[in-house]
Structures are given as structure tokens and as C-alpha cells.
Design a binder for this molecule. Structure first.
Ligand SMILES: Nc1ncnc2c1ncn2[C@@H]1O[C@H](COP(=O)(O)OP(=O)(O)OP(=O)(O)O)[C@@H](O)[C@H]1O
Length: 486
């Protein structure tokens, strides 16, 4: 809803919203009650919104910062009030010496999760500070990677845990490109589920399990999406849950060769999970990748081809998962490559069953543009052409020849047309294969250069040369595939 002049505050001031509101501090006490609640706030709580444009801003603290979060929040809010902001994802930069307090305590300030748009920034109206409903999320990343469980000395461990928000999962959310609103849908679902639990909604009347199932072909980002969702929620809900933990269960190790040990491993794993979820201010995410491996073990056991221990262990795991339902602060995330192989009893438990497919032309273009942008940023290729903004991928995909604006010069038009062609040729590639292309393309370029002989000293490739090399890498990948699979 766009703000009107009449709705302006007389005293211009930023409206800063933070984290979950406690029941006492909720809506009705808000200054300007409206007739209906508009949408859940950043933490899933229903709030009476004023007519401002919501802007989610993540403030990542420097690892060495010990500053008070409240002071940081106030300093960043004051700083942003002097800036021209746009409703577009991206970093908010600081000039050197502009604000030494922020500079010495903050690693990055980033606008995130703005609605999808196909408009170039130049055509968008800037937001004035009184128009913004500023939602600041201040956090510090945990630098200590994942810790393996030491419960299975003879084999790979049965789970790994991370304290969130973790450096390992930083910016994974932003790197995943889908042209459906799957990311926002998962975020909204998880926020609603946690809100229902937090408010003690009666599960006999309204049923939900806090179980998500993502299904789709390999390399489409399912595992990454689970990790990114957990990280995002840990950041969004930091005021309500100061601690968040991500537990990645290694289903293969639970049900591998040590079947007689499996039951014990499942018990130990859940004893650890229960220990965490019993802390009310700790939000716990449990990821079980390739969930079909559990249920297929059960099916095989029924048909007599797996030991009875396997069936006991799988049943124990499903029972334990059911037991987690009574804790309000846990979300179970599962993935599968083969939907048909999943036990129906499990599919039924999942509240959200989302199919994640290979990227569409628009998503492929977006991914390829972001890859080439990264090569430019890292100085691996020349920054000689301004690439189309990645969010223009949709318009570019719909264009015939890569022309997406009247102000494109010849080099930009050529680059856009070449990008479009490469993206069209990658039909059927997974996100994982697309993210590998820059590396393959660089190797292709080096090979071509070596063939030119020693008279040509290596020079930094230009952007267009790199896009052309992407085309060669795509053909090489297709050749490898047909050699492998016929
Ligand atoms: N839609 C996408 N957008 C951007 N990157 C993607 C996308 N899909 C996959 N990737 C890239 O592929 C990598 C592998 O993804 P991930 O392992 O999460 O896929 P997966 O679906 O869980 O695969 P598998 O089923 O084989 O375990 C990610 O790190 C990410 O860089």
C-alpha cells in the first residue's frame, strides 16, 4: 500500500520493528489501530501495520564486535534515515569515515527479501525514510563450522550440528534462484507454524506437524534451501529464540552396516535433540536428507531383504519424530530425490510437500548472470561490460534478442544476447551444474589460449569471451553426459 501525504507523520521518524513481539507488547497497543490486521510481522506475529513499505534489513556484526545490539540498531536506523533506499535487494554501502561506530562493528548491512520486480533500479522511485517500515535484524555469525557427533567411532558420525546463524550458511538464501515464490512460501509457513506453537494453539483442533518435505531431482538446491531457511529463521526470530541449532542427520550412517547399532544411534541422536528442544529459548532444526533411504529400508525389511534391526530402527526414528511434535520450538526439514520411494506414512506427516525442479530459463539466466558478475568482482575477467541486473532475467528471457532496455549500448546488447543463448542451451541442467559452468568455462578459455602458442602472453579475458566460453562448457558438459548415458 503506498503511503499518502495525509498519512505522513508530523515528526518524521523511522518506524523500526524488531523480532517477535511478546503477547503483552502486541498489536492493539500500537499507535494507529486499523480495522484489520494486514499480514504477519517479520517474526510471524500478527501486527497492525501502518501504511509504510516494509523493508527487511539484515545487519551482520563484525566477528570481533562486542557492542550492545540496541546501540547498533539505533545507530544503523539513524544512519539509514539519511540514505536514499530502494525496494531492491542489495548491500547498503558506507563511505569510509562516514560512521566510525558502524564501520568498526558492522560487517554488512543488506536489504533482503524485497518483492520480485522486473523494473531496473533507475526506473524505481526512491523510498523516503518516513515511508519505510524498517525491520532491522541484527546478528553475529557463528564462525565455528559444524561439529560432528562422536557417537559412532567405527563409522561416519550419525549427525552434525551447527550453531545458527552460521558463517557456513551465510548468503546461501540469496544465492538460490527459483522463479516460483517457494522461498517466501517456506518462510511464511515456518513463521506461521512457530507462531501457532508459541501461542499454544490446540493441536487437537488445528493440526500441523512442523515437517517440511522438499522433493525433486538431484542438484536442485533442496539441501541448501533447508539450511538457508533455518539460517533465515534464526536471524528473523533472534529476539524470541536467542539460540538456534541446526542438526543434520546422516540417514546413511544410521541405517548402514551396523544395523544392530542403529536402534541405539537413533536413541542417542534423539536424546541429544530433546536436550536441545527442552530449552525453551532454543530453536532447533532437524534436517534428514534423502528421507527415502529410511522408508525404503522399512519396505525392504517387510519384503524380507533387510534385517529386522533395520525395521526396528526406522520405526524408532518415525516414532521419535512424532514425539517431537509436542515441542513448539522444533522444525523437521526433509528432502528426497525419489518421491515414489517415500513411505506414505511419512508423506502424510509433512505439512508442506514442495517439488523443487530444475531451473527455468529465467532462473538459469539469473544464475549465469550472477556467476559472471562474481567472476568480474573477483577480477578473473575484465569488468568491460555492464551486465543486466540479475532481476531483469525475466524480461531478458522473454526478449527475442536480449534487448531489455532502450539505453543499452552495443556491447551490453551483444552480451545480453549471448547470455540468453547460453541459458537456452542449458535446458535441463540442474542448479548445481550451472554453478559449475564458470569453472569449466575458465578451463576452456585457458585451453584455447594455450593452443595459440607462447607468442600470446596470458591476458585477462573479457566478459564476452567468458560468455562464449560458457557456451563451449555447456557443449562439453552435454558431450560428457551423452558419453556416459548414451
Ligand atoms: N535454484 C538454484 N539456484 C542457485 N543455485 C542452485 C540452485 N539449485 C542448486 N544450486 C546450486 O547447487 C548446489 C547443490 O545444491 P544442493 O546440494 O542443495 O542440491 P540438492 O537438491 O540437495 O541435491 P541432491 O539431491 O543431489 O542432494 C548448491 O550449493 C547451489 O550452489
Amino acid at each position: 500500500m503506498s503511503p499518502s501525504v495525509q498519512q505522513m507523520d508530523i515528526q518524521p521518524q523511522l518506524h523500526v520493528q524488531t523480532g517477535v513481539q511478546t503477547p503483552e507488547a502486541t498489536p492493539k497497543a500500537a499507535a494507529k489501530p486499523r480495522e484489520y490486521p494486514v499480514q504477519p510481522g517479520p517474526s510471524g506475529s500478527w501486527q497492525w501495520q501502518e501504511d509504510r513499505v516494509p523493508l527487511e534489513i539484515e545487519v551482520c556484526l563484525d566477528p570481533s564486535s562486542t557492542a550492545d545490539i540496541g546501540e547498533i540498531r539505533a545507530a544503523v536506523a539513524a544512519h539509514l534515515s539519511s540514505k536514499t533506499l530502494f525496494q531492491q535487494d542489495g548491500p547498503v554501502t558506507l563511505e569510509e569515515g562516514e560512521n566510525t561506530f558502524i564501520e568498526s562493528n558492522v560487517e554488512s548491512i543488506t536489504i533482503v527479501d524485497t518483492p520480485a520486480t522486473s523494473q531496473p533500479q533507475a526506473f524505481r522511485a526512491p523510498l523516503l525514510f518516513w515511508q519505510i517500515d524498517l525491520r532491522l535484524h541484527v546478528f553475529q555469525l557463528n564462525e565455528e563450522g559444524g561439529a560432528e557427533a562422536d557417537d559412532n567411532p567405527d563409522d561416519i558420525s550419525s549427525y552434525k550440528e551447527w550453531e545458527l546463524p552460521s558463517r557456513d550458511f551465510h548468503q546461501v538464501w540469496e544465492s538460490l534462484v527459483y522463479d516460483t515464490d517457494i522461498k517466501q512460501r517456506l518462510l511464511r509457513y515456518a513463521q506461521s507454524a512457530l507462531l501457532f506453537s508459541d501461542r499454544g494453539v490446540n493441536t487437537a483442533l488445528i493440526s500441523w506437524n512442523r515437517v517440511v518435505l522438499l522433493q525433486g531431482p538431484p542438484g536442485t538446491g533442496k539441501t541448501s534451501l533447508c539450511k538457508a531457511l533455518a539460517q533465515k529463521l534464526a536471524i528473523r526470530l533472534i529476539d524470541r529464540y536467542p539460540h538456534s541449532v541446526f542438526v543434520e542427520v546422516n540417514a546413511h550412517s544410521l541405517f548402514s552396516k551396523w544395523f544392530s547399532e542403529s536402534g541405539k544411534l537413533v536413541s542417542r541422536l534423539f536424546a541429544r535433540i530433546i536436550e536441545m528442544v527442552e530449552e525453551e529459548d532454543c530453536l532447533v532444526f532437524v534436517l534428514i536428507d534423502e528421507i527415502e533411504s529410511l522408508t525404503s529400508a522399512r519396505k525392504a525389511a517387510v519384503s524380507g531383504s533387510e534385517p529386522a534391526d533395520a525395521i526396528r530402527a526406522v520405526n524408532a526414528l518415525l516414532t521419535q519424530l512424532d514425539g517431537l511434535k509436542r515441542y513448539p520450538n522444533v522444525i523437521v526439514l526433509t528432502t528426497s530425490n525419489i518421491c515414489e520411494a517415500i513411505d506414505l506414512a511419512f508423506v502424510d506427516r509433512a505439512d508442506i510437500k514442495a517439488h523443487i525442479g530444475n531451473p527455468s530459463l529465467r532462473a538459469r539466466l539469473h544464475i549465469i548472470i550472477s556467476c559472471i558478475g562474481e567472476l568480474q568482482r573477483a577480477g578473473i575477467i575484465l569488468e568491460d561490460v555492464e551486465l543486466p541486473e540479475p532481476h531483469l532475467a525475466a524480461a531478458l528471457a522473454d526478449s527475442v534478442d536480449g534487448h531489455v532496455g532502450t539505453d543499452m549500448d552495443e556491447a551490453q546488447t551483444k552480451a545480453a544476447a549471448a547470455l540468453l543463448q547460453v541459458a537456452q542451451e542449458c535446458d535441463g541442467f540442474s542448479g548445481r551444474t550451472l554453478r559449475k559452468l564458470p569453472f569449466l568455462a575458465h578451463a576452456c578459455l585457458q585451453e584455447a589460449h594455450a593452443q595459440m602458442g607462447p607468442r600470446y602472453p596470458p591476458a585477462l579475458p573479457g566478459t564476452l569471451a567468458m560468455i562464449t566460453a560458457f557456451g563451449a562448457a555447456v557443449n562439453a558438459e552435454k558431450g560428457d553426459r551423452s558419453a556416459l548415458y548414451g
